[in-house]
Write a protein that binds this ligand. Structure first.
Ligand SMILES: NC(=O)c1ccc[n+]([C@@H]2O[C@H](COP(=O)([O-])OP(=O)(O)OC[C@H]3O[C@@H](n4cnc5c(N)ncnc54)[C@H](O)[C@@H]3O)[C@@H](O)[C@H]2O)c1
Length: 342
């Protein structure tokens, strides 16, 4: 079946508010999750929602948690999320980094004691919307083995960078693993195979079986280069922000245990370096050059194409997910018919 983005937003906010989450926080979780589905990152869309509900039920997500400021300077802050929703904490952290960048030229906010925040690109988009450059990194529970090793010691450690332009949406948002772990989990739920050259089984042999991949490891993207980048992200969103690193990171995919990962949100005001209009028009000129060759895309094109498609067609819900969502509706006495009538 398919549901519209409006129905998805309604479904998430209704279930969350009926489970004691404030309307404001529920709206943020719904926005970020629907944004993932719109951009074609279904691995981090509505399919991940049951994970968050499990976290609420297990007490690893505290819907009443307040974010506390642990350290602060004019350009930086370290926030403790106290195990609230990762989306809400990252949203607040990015707002703070944006304010700091507007005042100081750069703003950097580190976060610990948070939870899975969905897609990194939602938060770098917040900077773009204010004519600022945004960069978001986070670490996750281990999934990737170092090159030459078999034991997963690094997360899928995504990075998102967003750049303001007059004409284009310029954003890269990707895991540093060959595929996001969510894509493997999604294939497992749908009973599908995963592509070749993405994962190894527990013995270190290539596999296209998502169940074997989850027990084994996901390869880094781009061989040693993806590993090296994931390695740096592990440190900059782990020890740098008072969060866990390597095998001590828990709770990003398994909501039954407390989440120990960290985030680093960075914002740069281009106008502190050059004239903003000149910067944006040079970005546009560069894109025009790159796109002069037919069939060349820039980072962000895929998301724009998907947003157009999924706004029109809605989001696909597989049978297993449909059952999970209907069960959740029943638990909070929300009629499925009320959802699909939206
Ligand atoms: N919260 C977490 O812990 C976590 C962990 C891992 C991944 N994620 C999220 O998972 C999502 C999916 O990650 P992924 O690695 O599967 O993404 P992906 O492999 O689909 O790569 C997506 C990026 O590549 C760009 N791209 C695609 N084709 C292109 C082309 N031909 N030319 C130029 N650019 C192109 C897209 O515009 C996009 O920015 C991301 O939103 C990421 O933030 C989150």
């Amino acid at each position: 079946m398919r549901i519209t983005i409006k129905q998805e937003l309604y479904l998430i906010t209704e279930i969350l508010t009926r489970m004691g989450v404030s309307e404001e926080d529920a709206a943020i979780v719904a926005e970020v999750t629907a944004d993932a589905d719109l951009k074609g990152f279904s691995s981090h869309g509505i399919g991940r929602f049951p994970q968050y509900i499990k976290g609420l039920k297990m007490g690893t997500i505290n819907p009443q948690a307040e974010v506390t400021v642990e350290r602060e300077s004019p350009a930086t802050a370290l926030l403790k999320g106290n195990h609230g929703f990762g989306h809400v904490i990252a949203y607040k952290g990015m707002k703070m980094a944006i304010e700091k960048a507007k005042n100081m030229g750069i703003g950097m906010v580190g976060i610990n004691n948070s939870n899975h925040f969905g897609i990194a690109g939602y938060y770098s988009d917040m900077a773009i919307m204010q004519d600022l450059i945004g960069m978001v990194i986070t670490n996750t529970e281990p999934a990737v083995a170092p090159i030459g090793g078999k034991e997963p010691l690094l997360g899928t450690n995504p990075i998102a960078i967003g750049i303001p332009s007059n004409v284009h949406y310029v954003s890269v948002d990707m895991a540093t693993s060959a595929a996001a772990r969510g894509k493997i989990m999604e294939a497992m739920r749908r009973g599908e195979e995963i592509p070749e050259n993405v994962a190894l089984d527990a013995e270190g042999n290539p596999t296209i079986d998502p169940c074997a991949a989850i027990k084994g490891s996901i390869l880094p993207f781009g061989a040693h280069k993806g590993y090296a980048l994931a390695f740096m992200i592990e440190i900059m969103s782990g020890p740098l922000v008072g969060a866990a690193y390597g095998k001590y990171v828990t709770g990003t995919a398994n909501p039954e245990v407390e989440c120990t990962k960290g985030d680093l949100l960075s914002v740069i005001d281009p106008s502190c370096f050059v004239d903003l209009d000149q910067f944006k028009s040079e970005v546009d000129d560069f894109i025009a050059e790159v796109k002069a060759t037919p069939n060349v895309f820039i980072p962000g094109d895929m998301e724009i194409r998907n947003i157009r498609k999924f706004k029109k067609d809605g989001v696909s819900i597989d049978k297993k997910l449909e059952i999970q969502l209907k069960d959740l509706c029943q638990e909070v006495e929300l009629r499925w018919d009320d959802v699909v009538e939206k």
